[in-house]
Design a protein. Structure first.
Lengths: 311, 311
């Protein structure tokens, strides 16, 4: 008898046919579509179940997150702490994040928003580059797999790369900074700051007025991590004061970002609807199958989250 | 006595101090600023002199173009054909073109204009990627130094690259096509077509209805070469019929593009004011000095244009 895996999927996944979930390794049950006995569920697969939901599945062997961020699980006070939580590590996600960050770094470097505004006014406004990409320092907050991949892709365009992480990490060609003590030195050298941190109690609200003040005058901020990393009012104040030159936000305190949010209409902000790294269903489901196969064979699970530390 | 070099510069270069032109190798004279005797001028340096201008300099040893394209010189019926024409080969220009093309290829791939429109309406509209960059074929019309550099940078993001040139050229990782006979096969495989051709009688108007019809349904066109490569009305027709999905234009039949041009307001066109590859004055002047030093030493000049062929 195959183990039972319960899937709780966001609306975007509804387009997938039921066949997509069939597997030789497990029986798939879709929350909201299939009937199931909670005590018969062996594995839970999804993004962010409602608080208390996992507690209702008493026999869980593992929880598999479909996203790279697991804060949605860790914020559930009733998360069953004895059940291992597996974080999705989708190589495709790093690729997508790399595309998104390099594209926006190039748009900043190449004044694309200035040219967009000129086009909207039907005006021919040339503007020279004031510096080469090789003169622009891009700092990456969070130098894990995704951060290191982003740095490598930035280097393909000669951007200077530096990285900061809680504990010291190395990545090729990246000037590495670690811990709270080295954060000010790191920030003072970031012409563009990219946040790919995990969301933990330590990093919640880290993108705030005090941090922005340590960035060079005219710096840009790109947040592709979690909305809760950023104090949105502090960002708007730093943009309006002229200290920061612009921001690119893919994640928000409230998602979907409400139509009346000042972020949508701020002239120095590019806002996208949490699409920088889109979990690719086929790739994610292959990962889920691999995890369950391992667990059933008594092998260790990959990428298990330290629930106490939060990543 | 140093040779005399006459500079005819576009307005953007006026910001440069007179010091920028001082050289140990030549005496610089600026058209419109300095008095000079036409028969005393040894070298002409500039972008596109008015027709007949060069003819008025009877003792020219060489003409040095500050841009990669030399069509402005070749279109002068009075160009003194005995005088060698040197094309600027600025490594910085290829770097800039690579940045511009990859940025726009990523904006196409990542639906950035869709998200821009959603932001303008304050609407959260997610959209999945329908394919990976590795599934997108980018065809480069013109596989010279700049084309090969663009291809290498596209490959850093896993785009498939193919290239077409008049005579066969090879570049790493690029599927190569050559001559009129292979153009249809090339075009049929271009999801994004990038034009970096030199402007010659053969390539003038090459981006026309007949060519667009050979591209796959939903293809995109990026023109960073010369405005005269493109029949603008044909492009608009191909966009409006839905055969082409979009275009990015940096060059135009008339520059500056007039405010009433339909190109500015077309929803499927991104238009920028001829800034994809900006000749960097310092780098260009170093090149000029090197050319004149060689010529004065009796050494062969680099990158001399075949005036009959046009590049």
């Amino acid at each position: 008898m195959k183990p039972q895996a319960l899937f709780l999927l966001p609306p975007g996944w509804n387009a997938l046919g039921a066949d997509s979930f069939s597997s030789a390794v497990y029986d798939a049950l879709l929350e909201g579509r299939d009937r199931y006995a909670p005590e018969a569920i062996d594995y839970f697969v999804g993004f962010r179940p409602p608080p208390g939901f996992l507690k209702s599945l008493p026999k869980l062997k593992a929880v598999i997150s479909l996203g790279a961020g697991v804060d949605g699980f860790l914020q559930d006070p009733d998360y069953p702490k004895a059940v291992p939580l597996v974080r999705s590590v989708d190589p495709n996600l790093a690729i997508q994040m790399g595309e998104y960050v390099v594209m926006h770094a190039l748009m900043i470097h190449r004044h694309q928003r200035f040219f967009d505004a000129a086009q909207a006014e039907h005006q021919w406004r040339q503007r020279m580059l004031t510096r080469n990409a090789a003169d622009i320092r891009v700092g990456i907050l969070g130098l894990g797999t995704i951060g290191a991949h982003i740095a490598a892709k930035l280097q393909a365009f000669d951007f200077q790369t530096l990285g900061w992480s809680r504990s010291r990490k190395e990545a090729p060609g990246v000037k590495s900074f670690a811990g709270a003590g080295e954060l000010p030195a790191f920030l003072s050298q970031c012409d563009i700051l990219v946040c790919v941190l995990p969301l933990t109690p330590d990093t919640r609200g880290i993108l705030n007025s005090a941090l922005f003040a340590q960035l060079p005058q005219g710096a840009y901020v790109i947040n592709v991590a979690r909305g809760a990393h950023l104090i949105e009012a502090d960002l708007i104040a730093a943009l309006d004061s002229g200290h920061l030159a612009g921001a690119v936000l893919d994640v928000f305190q409230t998602e979907p970002l409400p139509p009346d949010s000042p972020i949508w209409r701020h002239p120095k902000i590019t806002a996208t609807p949490h699409i920088a790294g889109i979990t690719e269903p086929r790739s994610a489901l292959a990962y889920v199958e691999d995890c369950i196969r391992r667990a059933e064979a008594g092998q260790p699970l990959p990428n298990v989250v330290n629930v106490a530390r939060g990543y």
